[in-house]
Write a protein of this length. Structure first.
Length: 91
């Protein structure tokens, strides 16, 4: 992708940014493919120690519709704390 495409928008979401930068740099078709390939959701059932998972429904990275809520809740070692607002690591 030519560098001039990066200059086309002054305000991108993190997903749009990743479409033109990280996903391209790491050889993924788009940001959604990159996120799915690098998700930790397949490891959640194997966690055998108590763990706390904090999740915000307005997270721009871990989208609410993609959050593996059922997988998390099926692990008896997990305590899930959900909030309506909070973003992702201060985004």
């Amino acid at each position: 992708m030519p560098p001039e495409n990066i200059k086309k928008s002054e305000k991108w979401s993190i997903v749009e940014f990743d479409n033109f930068t990280r996903s391209f740099a790491f050889g993924y078709e788009n940001s959604q493919m990159m996120y799915k390939q690098n998700s930790c959701k397949d490891m959640i059932p194997h966690i055998d120690k108590p763990f706390l998972l904090m999740y915000s429904k307005d997270d721009p990275i871990a989208l609410n519709e993609d959050f593996p809520r059922d997988t998390v809740l099926s692990n008896p070692n997990c305590l899930l704390v959900e909030s309506e607002f909070g973003g992702h690591c201060d985004f």
